[in-house]
Structures are given as structure tokens and as C-alpha cells.
Unconditional design. Structure first.
Length: 188
């Protein structure tokens, strides 16, 4: 009887030791295993063409704008750094915070209501390779402009001394793929 117990207990210990060894190999990555196949589908972001600036519009004095700077990336302090550059250049930054809508997968997105489109396109001088979009959370008459710094932002904001040299009254060229804004926006 004792021999039988020793055999059973010994077998259980050997099996458990083997399972622990295999588990450690999987945990360290030495023994790769395939996942169960429950992967989530990749999130696809629908492309939204930028709005066209009003016909014949020219850049405005950047110091007249109310600007919000949002960090849409995982980089800590990004909005604060850009706020510092903008305020050193004499611009008015109302808010510098994390973007309420989470992460932005892109470089720089400048958002405004229909009334702030000229201001948004004027700000593109400061942020090379930025895109302009309509901010549907704002009232159509709100002139506030928001700058969203995304995961692909490469610290491309112009230095404060260069921002101060930018003038107003320069013609705004419409992007080739822009779409006209609504008739109500053109009246505002």
C-alpha cells in the first residue's frame, strides 16, 4: 500500500513540476504559443476632408485669437510646452490640457467652428503639416481655435521669435481636397 501511495504522489509531483517548467518557459517567451484567436478588429478612422476656408480670406493677427492647446498623445507635458512657446510669442492661450476626446492619431489637428475657420487656417502657419477640421462641439459663432497635438507630433511648432514675425493679410490657400462648409457657416 505504501509503495502505491509513493508512486501516485511521486507521479503527481513530476506532472506538477513539468507544468511549472512549461509555464515558466511560456511566461519568459522561450516557448511561444499562439493566441486563442480572440483579437479585436483594428479600429479604422474614417477620413474627413478639411473644410475650405472662406473664399478670398486672408490670415488674421494671431494675437487676436483665443487658443486652446490639447495633448492628444501619451507624451506628458506636451500641451504645456506648446503653450509656453505660444505665450512667449504674445499669443493668448486659454487652456492647455489633455484632449477630452482621448488620443489623436496624427500630427497636429487645428479645430474651430465655422466662425473660427480663418483663425484656424492662420494658425497653420505656426504648425507645419497640420490639418484643419470643424469642431462640432462649439457653437457655429464661437471664434475659439483649438490645437490638438497627436501621437505623431514631432515638436514642429515654430519658435516664439519666428511666430512674432508672421504677419496678417496673407492670402489663405484652400487645400486641394477641401469641402465647402454649410451655407449657414458662410453667412457667419
Amino acid at each position: 500500500m505504501m509503495r502505491r501511495q509513493t508512486t501516485v504522489i511521486g507521479s503527481i509531483v513530476v506532472v506538477m513540476a513539468g507544468l511549472v517548467a512549461v509555464s515558466l518557459l511560456v511566461w519568459t517567451g522561450a516557448l511561444p504559443i499562439k493566441g486563442p484567436g480572440f483579437a479585436q478588429a483594428e479600429e479604422t478612422v474614417a477620413y474627413t476632408p478639411p473644410p475650405c476656408p472662406p473664399e478670398g480670406s486672408t490670415t488674421v493677427d494671431l494675437t487676436s485669437l483665443t487658443i486652446n492647446v490639447y495633448n492628444g498623445s501619451e507624451t506628458v507635458g506636451l500641451a504645456g510646452n506648446v503653450e509656453e512657446v505660444l505665450t512667449d510669442a504674445g499669443l493668448s492661450v486659454a487652456t492647455a490640457a489633455d484632449w477630452p476626446q482621448g488620443d489623436y492619431q496624427g500630427n497636429v489637428q487645428i479645430m474651430a467652428s465655422e466662425a473660427g475657420l480663418v483663425g484656424a487656417y492662420s494658425l497653420t502657419q505656426i504648425f507645419p503639416n497640420s490639418t484643419v477640421q470643424i469642431d462640432t462641439t462649439l457653437e457655429p459663432t464661437d471664434p475659439t481655435v483649438s490645437v490638438v497635438l497627436g501621437d505623431e507630433y514631432e515638436h514642429t511648432v515654430l519658435p516664439a521669435d519666428e511666430i512674432q514675425l508672421l504677419g496678417s493679410g496673407q492670402a489663405i490657400a484652400a487645400p486641394g481636397n477641401c469641402v465647402a462648409v454649410s451655407p449657414a457657416a458662410k453667412e457667419g
